[in-house]
Design a protein around this ligand. Structure first.
Ligand code: UDP
Length: 329
């Protein structure tokens, strides 16, 4: 029997690579596409020997062509950390706008079901807490995060327009802070930042007074939620995240305990427009998909710490992405 084929953009990234693994396990033929600005082939190297895995080194902001049938498309290509989109703001805007247009066009031609990765950032610095899907958000379009937030908001609008006007089969997942193995140690996100600092013997940098909150979801739970959403028939946005909320100061203390570091917590200025609170309302995911997160922060952090510890020592000291110079001029 011919296998169903799925295209995963951002397939060499943190979430994209875990999705590649999942769909290989599900028995699909997986085509990963990535331009490798922030993604890394080491995340998918183990799949290259698999007969049902292909990799296209391509930037989805330019015309996308994939020969053959495509049952599903997952659009996960995008820088996704505040440091990344400060460094590559134009690419961030392009992948969320030109990129999604190309992929929606491809989905139309191939008659594919397309799921796009959106984000809790569409809620901006939220004035409603926790955040349900029908909250419209509080986003500053011209602030440092605007390039990401507005690209993702545009992406949702574009996807809904293709759904409404072209009858395209679409899904939208709003991803809240997710962590696990294969996060980039130098992507500036709080978890790799703290663990990297602990491993290098540096102090942990808490931005502001650390009273801002986040709710961290382990990657296996996130992938399960995305899988269930793809297989559902629901075309409006669905939050996937773990509602277990914590302040960043408490989080730093947890990392100190986990790693046993003797370093201390130091304060750094709070970046502009840093959301003060974030917690997903997951009622919809529970009701529609029968999904709830299963992995506690203690379990998930332990697995993630073990992964970071196992990396070659030089990775600990890499300050930029491997391909930064090549792509960003
Ligand atoms: N943060 C911090 N120290 C760091 C990196 C981040 O205190 O070294 C804070 C950041 O200001 C934010 C939270 O941790 O309040 C989460 O930041 P991250 O970049 O992981 O993602 P965000 O949820 O803001 O998109």
């Amino acid at each position: 029997m011919k296998k169903e084929r799925i295209l995963i953009t951002g397939g060499a990234g943190f979430l994209g690579s875990h999705l590649c693994d999942r769909f290989i396990q599900e028995g699909l033929h997986v085509i990963a596409m990535d331009n490798l600005i922030t993604g890394d082939v080491s995340n998918i190297e183990h799949l290259f020997k698999h007969p049902d895995f292909e990799f296209y080194h391509h930037d989805v902001s330019t015309f996308v062509h994939v020969p053959g049938e495509l049952k599903y498309i997952l659009h996960f290509a995008s820088p996704a950390s505040p440091i990344d989109y400060l460094k590559i703001p134009i690419q961030t805007l392009k992948v969320g706008s030109l990129g999604i247009h190309n992929l929606l066009g491809l989905a139309r031609v191939k008659k594919s079901r397309i799921l796009i990765a959106s984000t809790s950032e569409v809620y901006g610095d939220p004035l409603v807490h926790p955040q349900p899907e029908d909250y419209y958000g509080n986003v500053n379009p011209v602030g440092p995060r605007g390039v990401y937030d507005e690209a993702k908001r545009f992406q949702e609008a574009m996807t809904m327009a293709y759904h409404t006007y072209h009858n395209l089969d679409t899904r939208i997942v709003r991803i809240f802070n997710t962590y696990g193995p294969r996060m980039r140690l130098n992507d500036g996100r709080v978890l790799p930042a703290f663990i990297g600092q602990a491993l290098r013997g540096e102090d942990l940098t808490v931005f502001g007074d650390g009273s801002q909150t986040r709710s961290f979801c382990y990657v296996a739970d996130q992938v399960e939620g995305i899988f269930r959403l793809l297989m559902s028939d629901y075309s409006f946005p669905v939050n996937i995240g773990n509602p277990d909320e914590i302040t960043i100061m408490q989080f730093a203390e947890e990392i100190i305990k986990l790693t046993g570091t003797k370093q201390k917590i130091i304060s750094r200025p709070l970046p502009q427009d840093d959301p003060k609170q974030r917690q997903p309302d997951i009622t919809k995911a529970k009701e529609l998909l029968g999904w709830t997160p299963k992995v506690s922060r203690a379990e998930g952090l332990k697995i993630t710490y073990d992964y970071f510890k196992s990396l070659p020592r030089e990775v600990l000291f890499q300050r930029d992405y491997k391909n930064f110079e090549k792509y960003v001029r």
